[in-house]
Design a protein around this ligand. Structure first.
Ligand code: HCA
Ligand code: CU
Length: 380
């Protein structure tokens, strides 16, 4: 199933600011925006100007910077909020209304007809100002699909540039996402955006399912930061798409992903998660003998992605008790040490024996390899 369209809306400076450990200074926001601009994201979404005085001033500052991405801000669906947003110099305004029965009750208490009435006025106001208008329904997957389609059709008719589906609590499955996005896709003419939370670990799979069903825009953040455990990480989305449809992501500077993730981790005072596709420190490390043998012969045997595409290098680990002969020989060759088969076998046994007490640091392994031919001679 091929994906017809992809636009990335990076929300590190909106959803990402809602991460428990995030508090970006103006300088950090500008650094993040400049880096994502170089990477080539299509849009950036920033926190509402109504959130705080500094949020408003930072939004205006980013609006003025030289950039290629289109700038969005994210506000509640009210005329007052939309007018404040329009005035900041952004290219588009993302508005949000809760449509699920649960949130309608716990949050604003309005009926679907009232949501349509307010939404229509807000979308028209934003479009009349010449800006992109996106209308999103919070908690879309726990909303009644018929009501949802009614709301989206009305927003489409009011001139919305995009309607957005949000899996606000991360409960949707890929199959549900595919079905609901396909339904919305066939109900409106405007673009369709998808926003996926990762509470059950399905955010990336759900974003992929949404794109396959015809969503045109996907929300990401660097490292996936956001409320609770966050949303779709930019690096993960790229990894997912690169394996199925590389042409979709060719226009982004993929070699910047490690820099982006490490920059943000540094700002937040956290590590890049060891589970992160592409940018985890061990994402391209190979360890067990069976794996290293095949990877040395053909890297693609155990790699879905080529590390070189991200400016990274694979590592074949040899100083541990699972090491195989091929990994040790590769390390010896790199050090300029020639070993015959018998020498190699005995050296491999020795590495395993020593590494039973714990992995050997590179320096110790290299020292052992370099001294091995002479050591074997000495014992002969
Ligand atoms: C929020 C909720 C939101 C909105 C998503 C969207 C969600 O924190 O305001 O506007 O598409 O997950 O529903 O992030
Ligand atoms: Cu969200």
């Amino acid at each position: 199933m091929s994906i017809p369209h992809l636009r990335i809306i990076d929300s590190t400076l909106r959803e990402g600011e809602q991460f428990a450990h995030a508090h970006f200074s103006t300088a950090q926001k500008l650094q993040i925006a400049a880096a994502l601009d170089r990477f080539g994201v299509d849009y950036m979404e920033l926190t509402s100007p109504l959130a705080s005085p500094q949020s408003e001033s930072d939004l205006r500052t980013v609006a003025q910077m030289a950039r290629r991405f289109r700038l969005l801000t994210h506000v509640r669906c009210s005329l007052a909020d939309a007018r404040r947003a329009i005035d900041t110099g952004v290219d588009g305004v993302d508005v949000l209304f809760a449509t699920s029965t649960r949130l309608r009750t716990a949050s604003h208490g309005l009926s679907i007809d009232e949501i349509i009435e307010i939404g229509t006025a807000v979308v028209r106001e934003i479009r009349a100002a010449g800006l992109e208008a996106r209308f999103s329904s919070e908690d879309s997957f726990r909303s009644d699909p018929d009501s949802l389609v009614r709301v989206y059709r009305a927003m489409d008719a009011a001139g919305a540039s995009r309607v957005g589906l949000a899996d606000t609590v991360g409960v949707a499955t890929p199959r549900q996402v595919h079905e609901l996005v396909a339904l919305v896709r066939s109900s409106v003419a405007c673009d369709v955006e998808f926003h996926a939370h990762n509470d059950t670990g399905c955010a990336v799979a759900n974003a992929h399912a949404a794109l396959e069903a015809g969503a045109t825009h996907v929300d990401t953040t660097i490292l996936g930061i956001g409320e609770r455990n966050g949303i779709v990480p930019l690096s993960s989305l790229i990894a997912r798409l690169l394996t199925v449809q590389p042409d979709l992501v060719d226009r982004y500077r993929l070699e910047m992903l490690p820099e982006l993730d490490h920059m943000l981790a540094g700002m937040l005072g956290v590590d890049v998660p060891f589970t992160a596709p592409v940018t985890a420190p061990t994402a391209f490390h190979h360890k067990a003998g069976l794996h290293t043998k095949a990877v040395i012969a053909d890297p693609g045997a155990y790699e879905a992605l080529d590390p070189a595409r991200f400016g990274l290098q694979r590592r074949v680990l040899a100083g541990h008790r699972l090491a195989g002969r091929h990994a040790i020989r590769a390390r010896a060759t790199a050090l300029g040490v020639q070993l015959d088969d018998a020498q190699l076998r005995r050296l491999t046994m020795e590495v395993k024996r020593r590494a039973d007490g714990g992995p050997l640091p590179d320096h110790d392994l290299d020292g052992l390899i370099a001294a091995w031919p002479a050591a074997v001679e000495g014992t002969a």
